[in-house]
Design a protein around this ligand. Structure first.
Ligand code: MRU
Length: 346
């Protein structure tokens, strides 16, 4: 298998979208093909493709399929894009990237005539995929400045190649730091209930030859209090203009523990994950199926009929975050001033 550094999670081909089926990892590397926007939306919902930047680009690719099919069947392309865009936004509510991607495609419909539209959409979608990789590489360039020899870096969920089109955000920083010759170790939290940490991060890092140790989520306090962790580095699904960060459930408690132990807590994400419009109480935290909690690998691990909660994300407040790394800079507090300054600068 190719290293994850070069692997592409998702690709638009003529009449289909091809993606790595992440529900099959780490046991099998299989590809999943979608021929309609409905199939792409379903793949996003079922987390066949997942990770905020990856689902943003997947949604745009689904729109490109919708536009092509509409043109082929003599339906109105603009109306179809409107419909598919709404459907994509309805798949997973917490990550900022789907709305970002849909808005970018819809902007094209406003600025261009019908005859140009199809070509432009395909071009734009491929550009978005390439840009995603380039942005991640720039996040790596900035973020690697924070990594030192001897570090033990704790990460949560999967903010790697698999969460993006390629290279990864938080894990992209690790790739760059290693390329620069830095020696460090990684601790990956398993990230219950969907286990992105054990199934994806541990797999991705191990395949690429990183020194990675897997821990359960309940071990974070222990490894921090035993001075085994020097830095925390996570991705983000949505970052607000005042520095509030939505990320995988469990991130908030890691940030609180890092604060307790004076361990720097870093967040890495591209500009497509920033939301400068909303307040935190306006963002929906996705509630996923209870089966994710009461089963592991299809085996029941809880009593029949027990009450269950399954929020997929939580919110970390800015005072717990040491810095946010995006493709333009390392952003330090005060976030309510510096996020806008960094993202809106020419
Ligand atoms: O529910 P998922 O797997 O789509 O979760 C999103 C994420 O991958 C993480 O929260 C990640 O830390 C941010 S996306 C790079």
């Amino acid at each position: 298998m190719k290293g994850f550094e070069e692997l592409r999670t998702i690709k638009l081909e003529d009449d289909k979208v091809i993606m790595i089926d992440q529900t099959k990892l780490p046991h099998r590397l299989e590809f999943y093909e979608c021929y309609t926007p409905e199939q792409v939306a379903e793949a996003i919902k079922k987390m066949i493709v997942r990770g905020a930047p990856a689902i943003g680009v997947a949604a745009a690719m689904g729109m490109a399929l919708g536009a092509k099919l509409a043109a082929k069947n003599g339906r109105n392309v603009r109306e179809e894009l409107e419909r598919v865009g709404k459907m994509m936004i309805g798949t997973r509510p917490t990550a900022a990237n789907i709305a970002w991607a849909v808005n970018r495609i819809m902007k094209l419909t406003k600025e261009n005539s019908d005859d140009k539209l199809l070509k432009l959409i395909t071009r734009e979608v491929n550009l978005m995929a390439e840009e995603d990789i380039e942005r991640n590489k720039m996040i790596g360039v900035y973020g690697s400045k924070l990594i030192e020899d001897g570090d033990v870096i704790l990460t949560h969920c999967n903010a790697g190649s698999l969460a993006t089109v390629g290279y990864g955000t938080a894990l992209g920083i690790l790739r760059k730091a290693r390329e620069e010759g830095k020696c460090f170790r990684v601790m990956a939290c398993e990230s219950r209930p969907a286990l992105q940490g054990s199934r994806l991060t541990a797999f991705e890092l191990k395949e690429d030859g990183f020194d990675v140790s897997l821990i359960t989520d309940s071990m974070v306090g222990y490894v921090m209090s035993n001075s085994r962790v020097t830095k925390v580095l996570v991705g983000a699904d949505r970052i607000l203009s005042n520095g509030y960060v939505f990320n995988k459930i469990g991130t908030y408690q890691i940030a609180v523990l890092a604060n307790r132990h004076n361990i720097p807590f870093y967040v890495a994400a591209p500009s497509s994950s920033f939301d400068l419009q909303h307040n935190y109480d306006e963002i929906e935290i996705e509630e996923r199926s209870y089966d994710e909690v009461i089963q592991i690998g299809g085996v029941k691990i809880a009593p029949e009929g027990v009450n269950v909660l399954n929020p997929a994300f939580d919110l970390t407040p800015p005072e717990l975050i040491t810095a946010i790394i995006c493709e333009k800079a390392i952003i330090y507090p005060p976030y309510d001033k510096n996020i806008r300054l960094t993202l809106l600068e020419k």
